[in-house]
Design a protein around this ligand. Structure first.
Ligand SMILES: *Cc1c(COP(=O)(O)O)cnc(C)c1O
Length: 466
């Protein structure tokens, strides 16, 4: 017992340690508060070890070196770049769409200086922030009017709250979807203050189901793009155009949540046809909503377009202020949208479009580069092969679509595949691949130019360390 107390008493004081740290070059870029916090954490740990009888040698050097390690961990950014080798183009966990260069340049220009965010330069009077993009969105989609908010979940909430609060919204049972765990149509409906009226069945909903659901309290027909799953087999759903026909006759608004709205027709690039935002507008819907960072390939945003009357009502809703888009996002969105005036340029310059429409021959070239780099770096430490597999668009776009790709697959000779996957993920930058059939899979579709050498040298380090 006395030995334990003596050891506790012998722990150096935090002030004394802090003085030593200040003189130590290793700590030179670390804020004092962080050093102090780390020193306390280390001392606490040592106190617990002493009380548990598991203590070992304690010196100032050991405490300082542990505190230095902890401090460096604490000052590292939490949000960091990672390498996406999964082939999932719109990977929600990995930040969805990559921005195009124009968007990055625009963000940087707007962030560094004052801007005309809410100033009309011509008149010197107060301007409207949405004017940076609303005209452009109408030009590209054919809509009468547009407004943008923080994200598409916000867009749906805002539109429902504006157009149908305390009233009934009719939705097909086949479209009561959950997107990414936190966006469920029935929950959003409730938070918008609307009353959900489900019609039809999971697999089949007919126009007459919508018609017979109409009461004097019906405000809106809502169609939700079932973007992350597909109902196949004996199915029927009602076309937006037909719903609009009934809506107009009965005085019921029609809204479509497209989720991952696209401005281009992907069937031109060998992908399946996804209805475009323009198609939804031409069907005559009162309101259409979609994301900025899914197939559009821009920043996180929620885009609301439609009839002037409905959008004007939405603009006046106080919730609009709570969900408003920030200036950096607005800059990125404007630059991304501008590229769509020349579709060829959009497909080249917007990373999401480029990766989705990448010709197989380009993927083969990328796979070759990756393969060569890896082979050169790791020699005989693993079995490396090509494998024709599928990439996924992700982000709730093109449900179930497989995009043919050529992966590089690795089976280490001296390490388990799962240990390799973990070590790649824990390296800096983190490399995110996947395991399939006891091989580590790298899909070149989402690997950006220049990242091949980072991947190969990381692999070499991990396999040689073993
Ligand atoms: C993704 C999605 C949303 C949510 O959009 P966010 O921009 O992620 O908020 C809503 N509805 C549908 C149909 C979606 O696919």
């Amino acid at each position: 017992m006395t030995g334990m107390h003596k050891n506790l008493r012998n722990l150096p004081g935090v002030d004394h340690l802090l003085e030593s740290a200040k003189k130590d070059a290793e700590f030179s870029d670390i804020p004092r508060s962080v050093i102090l916090d780390s020193l306390r954490q280390v001392l606490d740990g040592m106190r617990k070890d002493i009380l548990a009888g598991t203590d070992s040698v304690i010196t100032d050097e050991i405490i300082l070196s542990n505190a230095c390690f902890l401090s460096k961990e604490k000052i590292k950014p939490r949000l960091v770049s990672v390498i996406n080798a999964t082939g999932v183009v719109l990977h929600t966990n990995l930040g969805r769409a990559l921005l195009c260069d124009d968007a990055l340049n625009h963000i940087s220009a707007i962030a560094k200086t004052y801007s005309n965010l809410e100033l009309n330069i011509d008149t010197g009077k107060r301007g409207i922030r949405y004017e940076a993009v609303d005209g452009l969105i109408c030009e590209l989609t054919g809509a009468e009017s547009a407004i943008v908010v923080n994200n598409n979940a916000g867009a749906v909430l805002l539109a429902l709250n504006t157009l149908a609060r305390n009233r009934e919204v009719v939705v097909s049972r086949g479209e009561l979807v959950e997107i990414g765990g936190s966006f469920r149509v029935p929950d959003v409906m409730e938070k918008s203050g609307c009353i959900l009226k489900e019609v039809g069945t999971t697999n089949r909903t007919h126009l007459r189901d919508y018609e017979s659901a109409i009461s004097e309290n019906t405000a809106l027909f809502l169609k939700v793009h079932t973007s992350n799953y597909k109902i196949e087999g004996f199915t029927t759903s009602v076309a937006l155009k037909d719903l609009v026909g009934v809506g107009q006759k009965k005085g019921v608004c029609v809204m479509e949540d497209l989720g991952s709205g696209t401005l281009i027709d992907f069937s031109k690039y060998g992908l399946p046809h996804e209805p475009t935002v323009g198609d939804a507008v031409r069907s005559g819907a009162d309101v259409v909503t979609f994301s900025g960072d899914k197939l559009l390939g821009g920043p996180q945003a929620g885009i609301i377009i439609g009839k002037k009357e409905s959008i004007d009502q939405i603009r006046k809703n106080p919730l609009t202020r709570a969900l408003r888009i920030d200036k950096l996002t607005l800059a990125a969105l404007e630059s991304t949208l501008k590229l769509y005036r020349d579709e060829e340029k959009a497909v080249q310059d917007i990373p999401t479009l480029r990766m989705l429409t990448m010709p197989f021959s380009d993927i083969v070239k990328k796979a070759d580069i990756l393969f060569q780099a890896i082979q050169k770096a790791i020699e005989s430490l693993a079995d490396i092969k090509f494998s024709n597999m599928n990439s996924r668009p992700g982000g709730g776009s093109f449900p179930e679509l497989d995009l043919p790709t050529r992966c590089v697959t690795i089976q280490p000779l001296n390490l388990s595949v799962s240990k390799l996957e973990t070590a790649m993920r824990l390296s800096s930058p983190a490399i995110i691949g996947r395991i399939e059939g006891n091989r580590y899979i790298l899909d070149p579709r989402t690997i950006q130019d220049g990242q091949e050498t980072i991947i190969s040298s990381t692999l070499a380090r991990i396999l040689k360390e073993k």
